[in-house]
Design a protein around this ligand. Structure first.
Ligand code: GLN
Length: 195
């Protein structure tokens, strides 16, 4: 199993290490691999960073058009969440607003409730975007102060915070579970006890 982390700019090494930790916990044989050109991976993570920079570089290298067509599970966090929306990669039916929490609250941490998770999740928000709306098959998984901060459409997940900056691997576990469970995973009755 190859877990790709888009290695253009941003929180790449943090995602690589939490993926390694998650693979061990889930007893999955696999590797976390930085993706610069080669998209030969089973799942892809688009990390936080600067969405404009990441987007520019991806367009230059041709990765942008290739990622647009991906059918594998993809998770975008923070800047990655911005890039997943319909104006950028178009991987999910949602609109995203960058830097949506304004200057005063540019960065903060908060406990949030995530659908399917038994306990709250400690979210680290850094100049975070919000998901302004979801439509079609796209579903809200978490809100903070009534604003959507996590969504899922089939095997794609987007979140406006940074799961790689905590020791809590539940979001990466949830994401990796999409490889096997695919479309029907939200009907899995055991889910609450897993996460
Ligand atoms: N504000 C950044 C952007 O829009 C995202 C910040 C982050 O990834 N921490 O690209």
């Amino acid at each position: 199993m190859r877990i790709g982390v888009l290695a253009v700019q941003g929180d790449v090494s943090e995602h690589l290490s939490i993926v390694e930790k998650t693979l061990k916990e889930m007893k999955i044989k696999g590797n976390a691999v930085p993706v610069k050109k080669d998209l030969d991976v089973d799942v892809l993570i688009i990390p936080g960073g600067e969405s404009t920079t990441i987007s520019k570089i991806m367009k230059k290298t041709g990765l942008f058009d290739e990622i647009k067509k991906l059918d594998i599970p993809v998770m975008g966090t923070c800047a990655g969440c911005v890039l997943m929306d319909r104006k950028h990669l178009g991987l999910m039916n949602m609109g995203v607003k960058r830097n949506a929490f304004g200057r005063q609250k540019e960065s903060f941490e908060a406990d949030i409730k995530i659908k399917w998770f038994r306990k709250d999740y400690h979210g680290v928000f850094i100049r975070a975007p919000i998901i302004t709306h979801v439509y079609g098959e796209c579903r809200t998984l978490a809100r903070f102060e009534n604003r959507i901060v996590m969504a899922q459409e089939d095997n794609k997940i987007a979140l406006s915070f940074h799961p790689e900056l905590t020791n809590d691997t539940r979001i990466h576990r949830y994401f990796l579970s999409l490889i096997k469970n695919r479309r029907d995973h939200t009907n899995c009755t055991k889910f609450r006890t897993i996460f």
